[in-house]
Ligand binder design. Structure first.
Ligand code: SF4
Length: 299
């Protein structure tokens, strides 16, 4: 209860994330993330598209929050993160969604894009746990989290699943509209790792606790991939579970006239280079799904 109060107080002069907008979200003022006093949810359900260790046989219980504190120009969920598709969801309703996902048999509750709604999640978890929620909680973030937010989640989140998108400030400025993204993501991911350690599975191969880092290989940016993978191995350990994603597809604002240099899928050679970078860094635990697709494509 004390932690919920502390978290909600953060909304009064909002510095919940590194944007430091300092707007009064308790009175529904909005900053970069456009979200006020209550969270907005775009959709929720049993999701079978996540990593095998999250989706299992009955799906990962995803709750997609509307809006976002990042401005990724290539966002695959542009309608949700840029245009705010979804509806206002007070804490009791958010708690009800978590319990419904549990009833459906989902293996976990997977908060997608939670950076700007950490207090709202904590506020909803209280009644949800009182009413019987007991699934592992997954914090599925773009990686632009403040240290304070991640510390508010200490002891509550079971699995942290951050993206580490870009390494250089200039590319982060161009493609995420957040030049401080690389240093912010590094700091946040270190804290996540400190809290939960490497990813561990149960006897069925489902994620129980730990860190799973996602990295989307981008066209023309394999050097960034190399630096990110090297950092992960050096700072978090070669045992870190990494999903080296191959599914980049032009979306959002990317097209022939805007950001034309990333207006294509990645090539097989680029993904192969990314894999070589992972091997050179010594990373031992790569998620197998993209690797299987790559092997099939090479046949
Ligand atoms: S959570 Fe939203 S309002 Fe608060 S600092 Fe971040 S972007 Fe700004």
């Amino acid at each position: 209860m004390q932690r919920v109060k502390l978290a909600l107080a953060e909304l009064e002069v909002c510095r919940l994330c590194p944007r430091d907008c300092e707007v009064d979200r308790l009175n529904n003022e909005t900053g970069v993330c456009k979200c006020g006093r209550y969270a907005m949810v775009s959709s929720y359900g049993a999701h079978l598209g996540e990593e095998d260790c999250l989706r299992g046989t009955r799906g990962s219980g995803t709750i997609f929050f509307s809006w976002c504190n990042l401005r990724c120009v290539f966002c695959q969920n542009y309608d949700i993160s840029w245009l705010g598709e979804g509806r206002v969801t007070p804490p009791s309703e958010l708690a009800g969604m978590m319990l419904r996902l549990q009833q459906l048999g989902c293996h976990n509750i997977n908060f997608v894009t939670p950076e700007h709604v950490v207090p709202h999640i904590l506020e909803a978890l209280l009644p949800a746990i009182e009413r019987g929620l007991r699934l592992p909680l997954v914090y599925n973030t773009g990686g632009y989290d403040s240290l304070e937010s991640i510390q508010l989640m200490n002891g509550i989140v079971d699995v942290y699943m951050p993206d580490f998108k870009l390494w250089n400030a200039e590319t982060a400025r161009r493609y995420l509209k957040a030049p401080r993204y690389p240093e912010t993501a590094r700091r946040a991911i270190l804290e996540m790792h400190r809290q939960v350690g490497p990813l561990v599975f149960d006897e069925h191969g489902l994620a129980l606790r730990g860190l799973l880092v996602r990295h989307l290989v981008m066209p023309g940016l394999v050097e960034e991939t190399r630096e990110i993978l090297k950092w992960i191995a050096q700072e978090l350990g070669a045992n870190t579970y990494v999903n080296l994603m191959d599914q980049y597809c032009p979306a959002g604002k990317v097209g022939e006239t805007e950001y034309p240099e990333i207006n294509r899928r990645i090539s097989l050679e680029e993904y192969e280079t990314a894999l070589e970078s992972a091997r050179a860094a010594g990373l031992r635990r790569l998620d197998q799904r993209a690797l299987r697709r790559f092997a099939t494509a090479c046949m």
